[in-house]
Design a protein around this ligand. Sequence first.
Ligand SMILES: C[S@@+](CC[C@H](N)C(=O)[O-])C[C@H]1O[C@@H](n2cnc3c(N)ncnc32)[C@H](O)[C@@H]1O
Length: 443
Amino acid sequence: MGAHARTSGPGVAAGGNGPLFAGIGRHPSAPAGQAMLATVAAPAGRPGPGSGDFAVDLENFSEFGAPTRIETVDGVRYFINEFWTSRQRQANRIHEVSYRACFKPQLPRFYIERLTDPNDIVYDPFMGRGTTPVEAALAGRIPYGNDTNPLSRAFTEPRINPPALSEIAARLEAIPWQTYTQAQHGELAAFYHPETLAQIEGLRHWLLERQDAGRLDPVDKWIRMIALNRLTGHSSGFFSVYTLPPNQAVSLERQRIINQRRNQVPPRRDVPALIARKSRSLLSSGVLPAARALLLLTGQSHETPRIRSGTVALTVTSPPFLDIVDYVTDNWLRCWFLGIDPRAVKLSQFRNVDRWQRFVRSTLVELARITKSGGHIAFEVGEVRNGTVRLETHVVAAARGLPLNVLGVMVNQQEFTKTSNCWGIANNRRGTNSNRIVVMRKT
Ligand SMILES: C[S@@+](CC[C@H](N)C(=O)[O-])C[C@H]1O[C@@H](n2cnc3c(N)ncnc32)[C@H](O)[C@@H]1O
């Protein structure tokens, strides 16, 4: 596959739900405005020559010692192996923001390295925290992403072309923290010390004001992204007193009960200091994602007219599964900080497998349109309902009649599931523990 020319032209910065074009990436130590592309790793080529046929490459895969096991069920080939592992080369720390049901960066990396060349477009229609687009940018590909949840773009955009640490420090200095001494939202005292709450409210107010004035810049967006991630959590690295992990904010009522049970009162936390600390941590891998062109959308997976037909080389994605997440309850605090109404976010949620399959079908129709001939789609469904529902069979069924050739289903078995049979339920007491990925090729 040759290098792909940029054809989609996402060259205009746009507010709202439009596409965006961010400038050239900078190293964290570079002064503002100074392009430092040379510090970004050379775009990764493919790990080996490959056979030109991805199914054959999967068959021959033995990077971690074991050969691939192949089983055929209902005419579909399953490739079973440990294709990637967390023991492998550590992922870039820029990924370390928490998001419900995110996948490991090793998953998109596996496909990006093997199925694309530098400057190819790599896309995720359900990008979540942005694992696929961020990994694509790290590999010198053109990152495209979409998610119906506006939080998703707020998480992803700042981590592609991140600002320099010096810029973040200067901005944290410039925010007039001392003017915000009185918290308005006293009810949030279940989570925060009054002085911490005043700082959080001050930052929120300051960011929203800049947004309304059209002055929110990449450094503000970075600070907002970190603040969103630090709002609540279970360690002293978060703004809140001990609570559930950060992607599952509890209600005020529930937090009051947690406080009572643990006999705790929210301690004072220094908001700018914690933002600076998390920034240093996220930017500590040295090599940072950079993309001259990118396209990040907030919308429905089956309706992405801004993506031109036949332009995407690879999609790596994971749709919402069958479980119902109470988005409003889960995200109320993050939405409050971002100034959006959580009830307005249209997440697709299904209890019923047939409806889920129809939803996947509509997304595959759109993916078939935007994927270039010979391009690939890796559609991850994990293992749900203790392995009793094999969602991958529904993805295969949803692809029928579309110009997509199903190469097979990859089962990435982690070490602790290796001895179990991959359809079994014995090892699945704790939910998803192996990735199942339907791999398709556009004809
Ligand atoms: C399993 S998560 C994806 C996580 C992602 N792979 C990551 O690493 O963060 C599924 C995502 O689908 C999004 N979603 C749900 N319904 C959608 C729809 N109709 N169109 C686009 N995105 C949707 C959710 O907001 C959620 O972020």
